[in-house]
Design a protein around this ligand. Structure first.
Ligand SMILES: [Zn+2]
Length: 361
């Protein structure tokens, strides 16, 4: 009797256990499956390696064969770099690149460059991409190639965002593996966010020309959101791996937040009412890059919104950047009412001008 009674109970218990086990597995597995589809990051170091091969031969006074050069020129990072420089109307030829590689200056950096490449290769970029996803709308995907390159210009940039996104990073011996990881995370946030650009464009499509341009430039606050996403949270110091000069510049930006916000407010108003037009808009907007107000003001607004309303509310702002300014104003007004610190606010005239048509009805 006992065994008969026990047996069905046991079966039921096992069934429940199995159901719970399956559900637990699904809950654990599904997000990581989703993340694995949304994040595709490949690190391609072939250009840097081929350059180092040539440098190693030169150091040992061995002849550099034509095949060594052709192997370098055939790498995807090199071909894409040449295409990008051509797109920017910059002089860039295989012959000039040969001269650069054979220069005494580059040769003297051989050991530093080799050490840096070895360190950068240890970065877990997939993990960085998955970390950045927590600061992106569900629609966003990060499909990107990362090219650390030995090249004449010491700049880093993103290219071909719409068709075949690639992050080009100058292989800088002054940049640690952590800073490299942080920079790639920052750029991956841009790639992920720009995968949702079309959705925002639709939202602002019905706006008149000036307000539409202003609303589009509000998207540049993506810089500040990328800083926050790369840090991984509002309480993580965003420049903890940066060099001292970069950190100082950032802290200065934090101190001048109110006046920077006023400057941007004036810029948006000028664009909205047409006082600033055409190329003058881009020229002025570009002065706010370079770790300037697009980064610092964007970051502080994002942090305030996340702390006050939660991350989901911040992510909504990424799909409609006008909301970032609105929600910031709400949170800042509440804070101004409570304490001695007074945060600058966006002008209501500006917020009204860029409002979506349907909201104005
Ligand atoms: Zn950026």
């Amino acid at each position: 009797m006992l065994t008969r009674e026990k047996s069905p109970r046991l079966t039921a218990a096992i069934k429940y256990f199995l159901i719970i086990l399956v559900l637990t597995c699904l809950l654990n597995v599904l997000p990581s499956c989703a993340a694995s589809e949304r994040v595709e990051v490949s690190l391609d170091t072939t250009e840097a390696e081929k350059v180092l091969t040539i440098l190693a031969k030169t150091r040992q006074s061995q002849p550099v064969a034509e095949e060594d050069w052709q192997a370098l020129f055939a790498t995807e990072p090199y071909r894409r770099l040449r295409a990008r420089e051509a797109a920017m109307h910059r002089d860039f030829s295989d012959d000039d690149f040969r001269k650069f590689v054979l220069s005494a200056e580059l040769l003297s950096q051989y050991e530093d460059l080799s050490r840096t490449l070895t360190a950068w290769k240890k970065a877990d970029l997939r993990a960085a991409g998955v970390r950045v996803l927590q600061y992106l709308p569900a629609e966003a995907v990060i499909h990107v190639k990362v090219f650390p390159e030995i090249k004449p210009k010491h700049n880093s940039f993103v290219f071909d965002v719409a068709t075949d996104p690639a992050i080009f990073l100058y292989l800088d011996p002054k940049v640690s593996q952590q800073e490299f990881d942080n920079t790639v995370s920052h750029e991956m946030h841009h790639i992920g966010l720009s995968s949702t650009d079309k959705l925002y464009e639709k939202k602002i499509a019905a706006l008149p020309d000036g307000p539409q341009k202003a609303a589009r430039w509000m998207g540049a606050f993506g810089e500040g959101m990328a800083v926050l996403a790369a840090a991984g949270g509002p309480d993580v110091p965003p420049n903890r791996f940066s060099r001292p000069d970069v950190r100082e510049n950032w802290e200065r930006g934090m101190r001048t937040f109110n006046q920077d916000l006023e400057t941007l407010n004036e810029f948006f108003l000028e664009v909205t009412d047409g006082r600033l037009k055409g190329d003058a808009v881009n020229a002025k907007a570009s002065t706010f890059f370079g770790e300037g107000p697009w980064y610092t003001v964007g970051y502080r607004m994002a942090v305030l919104i996340e702390k006050r309303y939660g991350r989901a509310a911040l992510i909504e702002c990424m799909l409609d950047q006008r909301l970032l300014l609105q929600r910031y104003n709400q949170a800042a007004e509440q804070r101004n009412a409570l304490g001695p610190e007074k945060l600058a606010l966006w002008s209501p005239v500006l917020l009204k001008a860029v409002e979506a048509k349907e909201r104005q009805k």
